[in-house]
Design a protein around this ligand. Sequence first.
Ligand SMILES: [Zn+2]
Ligand SMILES: [Zn+2]
Length: 168
Amino acid sequence: MSESYDVQQVCENGHQITDCYNISPEKRRKFCQECGASTITACLCCGEEIQGAQIGVSQDYFGGRTGQKMVSQIDADVPSYCRNCGKSYPWTESKIVTAIQILTEFGNLDEKEKETIKQDINNIARDVPQAELSAMRIRQIWKKCSMAGYEIIMEFASRTAAKVLKNP
Ligand SMILES: [Zn+2]
Ligand SMILES: [Zn+2]
């Protein structure tokens, strides 16, 4: 069995167009059907392709004769960061910016929270050691503003942060 990855095409707002860009060229789109944004297949920063579905090909053998070719496929999720340069993709960036805006406008932030909100949201997006502390701070803010921005923050929250945020 041989395994390889196809390429993924995603719109700038993070809608997956296809994770089988090469094996199913008919699924390619120049623009997103859900939001009209243009689409990309590679990191805008370094040009590394966005990883798509995992494709496995195996061959069955019957008494020395070559049987049918089996193709298996494991779907890919839309990633948040480029695996080559670590830069966030455009959709991750706009979700982070939107989350900061929501909490700044509706979060009833005190002076200290205003200072740390940007860093806290960025920490939550990445699996860094500070993510847990930042998630606890966001939970405090949510107590004042009935969890404004919950949906969008959970979309990009790292595993560490999500664990804290899911139990407000
Ligand atoms: Zn879209
Ligand atoms: Zn990159």
